[in-house]
Structure formats: structure tokens, C-alpha cells
Design a protein. Structure first.
Length: 118
């Protein structure tokens, strides 16, 4: 669950699921440190600016699939990237984009972040 400060979880409830399997304490500290804080801050900012309506905060649960590259070392960059990605994802979810048809059309162009195919 995303926690903004000790003993202060965000509303709506936000579950963080790492995309990459965590194999070391360094990776865990990046996912559950700056990435978790960024996700929590993005959710709180989205509620504050009205992107997520205050009326649905108690009824909503967010599941965030968080990606932190295994070789990442810059905690500030991890924070910034996850904050921007979460704000973008929330906005797109509220807008209802991408639609199922758009996902099916673009599935061949999608790639895994670790796959290198020039």
C-alpha cells in the first residue's frame, strides 16, 4: 500500500506491485522508498487538483504496476519518473484511454522495456 509519510496512507487506497522481481535490498529500497513516495504524492496531488473526484475517493482502489530498472541508482530520478508516470496514468484512466480497441490495434508495436530490437 502506498504510504506518503509514516502511518499516513493515501486515499484512495493504492496498492504497489513491482513489475520487476526484487532481488536485492537496494532494489527494494528504491521501489519502497522513492518510487512509493512518488506514487503516493501523485495520487494525493490528483485528488487535490480534482483529477480524481473527492466523492469517489473512499470507493476507489488504485493498483499501480511500478517499474524501477534493476540497475537504477539515482533516487531522485526514480522519484521523478514514477511521479510523472503515475500522474499520466491517472489522467489517462479518468479519460478512459486507451480503449480496448486501441490496445488491440497497438499490441504489435508494444515492447517489453528490457527487449532490445532496433
Amino acid at each position: 500500500m502506498a504510504i506518503l509519510e509514516p502511518n499516513l496512507s493515501v486515499k484512495p487506497i493504492t496498492l504497489i506491485v513491482p513489475t520487476v522481481t526484487i532481488t536485492s535490498m537496494r532494489q527494494a529500497s528504491l521501489v519502497y522508498g522513492p518510487a512509493q513516495t512518488a506514487i503516493a504524492k501523485a495520487v494525493m496531488d490528483s485528488v487535490a487538483d480534482g483529477t480524481i473526484p473527492k466523492e469517489v475517493v473512499e470507493d476507489l482502489i488504485i493498483i499501480a504496476n511500478v517499474f524501477v530498472h534493476p540497475s537504477a541508482v539515482d533516487r531522485q530520478r526514480v522519484y521523478i519518473n514514477n511521479y510523472k508516470a503515475m500522474r499520466h496514468a491517472i489522467r489517462k484512466a479518468i479519460e478512459g484511454r486507451p480503449t480496448i480497441n486501441e490496445l488491440i490495434e497497438n499490441k504489435e508495436r508494444a515492447k517489453h522495456p528490457f527487449r532490445y530490437t532496433p
